[in-house]
Design a protein around this ligand. Structure first.
Ligand SMILES: Nc1ncnc2c1ncn2[C@@H]1O[C@H](COP(=O)(O)OP(=O)(O)OP(=O)(O)O)[C@@H](O)[C@H]1O
Ligand SMILES: [Mg+2]
Length: 376
């Protein structure tokens, strides 16, 4: 569902400002520090209930003020939803959907799916497996509320189980087997379902990713996303037995590391280009293209899962990309998806193949908005 309007109050550099978007292509251009990323961040906060830049909401509150407020209007056909997010330091965040206060912030996740591309995302291809796990968790959570809830449940079980391991390690004792077996059972139950859903996810996503990459870079190079669960098992019926055995085998290691060593939190996800691990061998440009292919594949996955295109929030899309690649990326977007794209320079946008005088495009000149007092 496209975002039609947002109002930011005391949100980073915005005192009180409104932006209205069209359902298709929106380009925000302006110099460094003019507030482009902040607009995308506001949409992200309204759709995922958190920022993509910081874990701490207090950074989002405008200096010298004491709260922020965001409001968004999402609409398609004759349905309009309003989402409001209020934050007061030390009191936390409150979420309202159509004026009804929500009991959990996670209630908004997946209602208006977003696909982001931000400078922070480069970690997805450059960083350690934990970053890719988090990325996959985000895609799957937006696609399925049940999956998100299972991940939260897994976190809770792990927290309690790890506390037992830590206590035993502190006391230099063996683990109380009856106590930990309760958590083993809960862990196995949550893990079995999550692993099953991940296998399913990768079955679909691997293909989408390869297709999109082929569109961007021709078919002469092969990409692969490889999922390796921390427990090996032949089929679902064997999962529980294999998992229990792995837990037993690793017990001493768990005590040494003071945490649970097997389960979905230890699965690895690797990216390969022509059979070589991208992290070890990829060039900058290769990394960026793989990242964009992941993001566009994510969009297609959401279309399949939710029956509607996501909102694409692509920050500084054209940086480091040649004109030919940019054209292919623009062609590979699902046209039904709303796009909010930022760039420092309009001529750069034009050069990279966007018809800025076209009909189905809205251009935001951030410097001008700022001068006229319409922004910041
Ligand atoms: N809490 C805050 N209070 C006031 N100003 C802030 C706050 N947080 C960030 N800013 C400022 O807001 C401005 C807008 O930042 P933003 O990242 O949106 O710019 P940008 O247009 O994306 O720039 P760039 O082209 O460099 O990426 C920056 O000058 C930043 O220092
Ligand atoms: Mg920026």
């Amino acid at each position: 569902m496209p975002v039609r309007r947002i109002t930011m109050i005391q949100f980073r550099n915005y005192q009180q400002n409104t932006f209205e978007f069209i359902p298709g292509m929106n380009i925000l251009y302006g110099p460094n520090g003019s507030g482009k990323t902040t607009v995308l961040e506001a949409v992200h906060c309204l759709t995922v209930a958190k920022s993509f830049k910081t874990h701490s909401d207090k950074h989002l509150v405008q200096h010298e003020t004491d709260f922020y407020q965001l409001e968004g209007e999402f609409s398609r056909d004759d349905t309009t939803d309003t989402v409001q997010l209020n934050y007061v330091p030390r009191q936390g965040k409150k979420l309202f959907i159509n004026d009804a206060e929500q009991d959990k912030l996670s209630r908004v996740v997946g209602r208006y799916p977003v696909v982001t591309l931000t400078p922070e995302d480069s970690d997805i291809t450059f960083g350690p497996p934990a970053v890719r796990r988090k990325y996959v968790n985000k895609i799957m959570s937006q696609a399925s509320v049940e999956h998100m809830e299972r991940l939260i449940q897994l976190q809770n079980v792990l927290k309690q189980r790890n506390a037992i391991l830590q206590d035993a390690a502190d006391a230099n004792q063996q683990v109380d087997e009856t106590l930990i077996s309760v958590y083993d059972d809960q862990l196995i139950e949550a893990a079995a379902k999550i692993e099953q859903e991940r296998q399913q996810f990768f079955g679909d996503f691997r293909q989408l990713f390869q297709e999109v990459y082929g569109k961007l870079n021709g078919l002469n190079r092969q990409v692969l996303i490889r999922f390796s669960p921390s427990v090996n098992y032949e089929d679902d019926t064997q999962f529980e037995a294999e998992f229990r055995e792995a837990l037993d085998r690793r017990r001493n290691q768990e005590l040494a590391f003071r945490r649970t060593m097997v389960g979905p939190q230890s699965d690895t996800i690797d990216l390969y280009l022509d059979g070589n691990n991208l992290r070890d061998y990829g060039s900058q440009g290769e990394h960026k293209l793989v990242l964009i292919a992941l993001k566009l594949a994510e969009g297609r996955y959401i279309v399949d899962a939710k029956g509607a295109a996501p909102i694409y929030l692509f920050d500084d899309l054209f940086a480091e990309l040649d004109v030919e690649r940019s054209q292919k990326i623009l062609n590979a977007f699902d046209d039904r998806g709303q796009r909010l794209i930022t760039s420092t320079d309009l001529s750069d946008v034009r050069q990279h193949g966007i018809d800025v005088s076209g009909q189905d495009i809205k251009i935001f000149d951030m410097a001008e908005l700022r001068e006229n007092g319409a922004a910041a």
